[in-house]
Each structure stands twice: as structure tokens, then as C-alpha cells.
Design a protein around this ligand. Structure first.
Ligand SMILES: *[C@@H]1O[C@H](CO)[C@@H](O)[C@H](O)[C@H]1NC(C)=O
Ligand SMILES: *[C@@H]1O[C@H](CO)[C@@H](O)[C@H](O)[C@H]1NC(C)=O
Length: 286
């Protein structure tokens, strides 16, 4: 190899000076590695804070995007168990109304998945009405689905069509998991990995999304005093038009996360419109 013989020419004096050089480089490198190791050891926290009561952190950051009318957008991490964040003003008011108008003519009584047969069934645990919008049915839906992919780092193809739900006074969804307990439903796209729940309307009272098994200080959320009785039974997110809640049904090691148990509290006053995007581990065929 010509280039090699140019770099390391034969000749004992050149050879020994280059090996001395390599020796020094190695010494300097190991010195830096040692310094880095020392820093790493010093920076390992003494105790893990994740399981502690005060682990619900509020971190706010402004997403700079002046090209639309979505108001101030910021991200709020509300829990690590389950992993849940709120993207404030994720949708514009126009987008919310657009989704509602697309769905309105097709609303049907909601069903739940039978955990033994995998089929849909009527249930008293879920009393809302709803419909599915086909994936990418129009430009607005495409833009929203693209945004969801950007914010979840999961591809558009892994998502089911948007489900639009309507809850009237007294309607609710009892706590449940979004992952499947049957083999039947996981056939298309594999297990559900994450859920993005978008609030398309404000709700005067009630209608919170509640995580009864969340670990952490559930009263640390800034909307604690506005929550209904049901909402105070766990970590809750108060519906606000345009906000999106992202939570994960799987832990980072891809095992199912039982702390993702969640429900929709009964609406006490007003009307609740929401939209759900379920995202699978693999491509979901439509
Ligand atoms: C199915 O759900 C019922 C409650 O709705 C529960 O009692 C039962 O254990 C579940 N079966 C399986 C296989 O998870
Ligand atoms: C939970 O959070 C609230 C509000 O930040 C705070 O007042 C309270 O002391 C916290 N409770 C615990 C047990 O850390």
C-alpha cells in the first residue's frame, strides 16, 4: 500500500521517532480519559430522584415558531412515571374546530376493546361518542400528524387515524391502559407505545385526564386547585383547547408501563372534545 509506506517510511531513526510520538499521544489520551472519568464519577447523583414524591418537574421552554397563530407554545414535563409531557398550544383554535367539524357528522357511541376476544364492545366504562378520521385525509390532518411525529420522534406511519371524542356532562372513560392485553389487536403495528391526547375544547369543570397510578407529587401541577374530585385522585391534566398530552405506555426498555393507567373524568360542566393519536411500535397499516 503506497500511502502506508509514505506515512511510515522504512529507516530506523524515523521509525523510532514515530513510535515515541505515538507513545506520547497515548499518554496524553489516557490522561484526558482519566479526567473525563473523574468528572463522570463526580456527577453521578447520589440518590435517584425519580421515585421521590417531589419528582414532578416543571420545565418550560419556548418553541420559537412565529409562522402560525397557535399562541405561546411551551413544554411542561408533568411526570416521569408514567412519562408524560404537555405541549401547550400544540393546535391552533382553527385546527381544533376543523377536527370537530370533520368528525361531527360521523359520531357514534364509543366502544372498548374486549381483552379476551380483541373485538370492540359497548361498555359502561366508556360513555363518550366518537369517530376515527382516516390518516392524512386532508391537509390540516396531515399537518397535525406531521407535528405529532416531530414531537414524539415516532413516524407518521406508526400512528392510527385520529380518533375524535365527545363527552357530554356525566360522560367519562374509566381508568384503563392504552396497550393491549390481547394478542389480536397487536397484530397490526405491534403494541401501542405512546398516546397523544389533544384537547379540542376547554371544559368548564371536570373532564380531566387522570393517571391514578402516577408516582410523584400529584398536587404539584399548577392547575391543582381547579381540579374536580375525580381529578384529584391522581396526577391530572386539565383540558385546555389546543393543548396536547403525550404519554408513553412503554418504559424506555420497551416493557409495558402500568403507571400509564389513565381515565377521563366525568364532565361536570360544559362539553369536552378531544382527539387521540395512538402510536404503535411498528408501522400501522390503514
Ligand atoms: C379482562 O378484563 C376484566 C375486567 O374488565 C378482568 O377481570 C380480566 O382479568 C381481564 N382478562 C385478561 C385476560 O386480562
Ligand atoms: C407537592 O407540591 C406542592 C406544590 O408545589 C407543595 O406545596 C407540597 O409541599 C408538595 N408536597 C410534597 C410532599 O412534596
Amino acid at each position: 500500500m503506497a500511502s502506508k509506506s509514505r506515512l511510515y517510511p522504512r529507516g530506523s531513526s524515523r521509525k523510532s521517532s514515530s513510535s515515541t510520538f505515538i507513545f506520547y499521544v497515548l499518554i496524553i489520551c489516557s490522561f484526558f480519559v482519566l479526567i473525563l472519568l473523574a468528572f463522570a464519577i463526580l456527577s453521578i447523583p447520589k440518590t435517584s430522584k425519580v421515585h421521590e414524591v417531589n419528582s414532578i418537574v416543571h420545565r418550560e421552554s419556548i418553541i420559537v415558531d412565529s409562522s402560525n397563530e397557535r399562541g405561546d407554545q411551551w413544554v411542561e414535563v408533568i411526570s416521569w412515571e408514567p412519562r408524560a409531557v404537555v405541549y401547550h398550544n400544540f393546535l391552533s383554535q382553527d385546527e381544533c374546530n376543523h377536527l370537530i367539524n370533520l368528525a361531527k357528522p360521523h359520531m357514534e357511541k364509543s366502544t372498548v376493546v374486549d381483552n379476551e376476544t380483541g373485538k370492540s364492545k359497548d361498555s359502561r366504562v366508556r360513555t363518550s361518542s366518537g369517530t376515527f378520521l382516516g390518516r392524512g385525509i386532508d391537509e390540516t390532518v396531515q399537518a397535525i400528524e406531521k407535528r405529532i411525529a416531530d414531537f414524539t420522534f415516532l413516524p407518521v406511519e406508526n400512528g392510527e387515524g385520529l380518533q375524535i371524542l365527545h363527552y357530554e356532562v356525566g360522560q367519562k372513560y374509566e381508568p384503563h391502559y392504552d396497550y393491549f392485553l390481547d394478542q389480536f389487536n397487536a397484530k397490526n403495528g405491534g403494541q401501542r407505545m405512546a398516546t397523544v391526547l389533544m384537547y379540542l375544547s376547554d371544559v368548564e369543570e371536570g373532564g380531566e385526564t387522570v393517571f391514578p397510578s402516577a408516582k410523584g407529587n400529584i398536587s404539584a401541577v399548577s392547575w391543582w386547585n381547579e381540579l374536580s374530585e375525580c381529578g384529584k385522585d391522581g396526577l391530572s391534566v386539565k383540558p385546555r383547547m389546543g393543548d396536547a398530552l403525550l404519554f408513553w405506555s412503554m418504559k424506555p426498555d420497551a416493557s409495558l408501563d402500568p403507571s400509564s393507567l389513565h381515565g377521563g373524568c366525568p364532565v361536570i360542566k360544559g362539553n369536552k372534545w378531544s382527539s387521540t393519536k395512538w402510536i404503535h411500535v411498528d408501522e400501522y397499516k390503514v
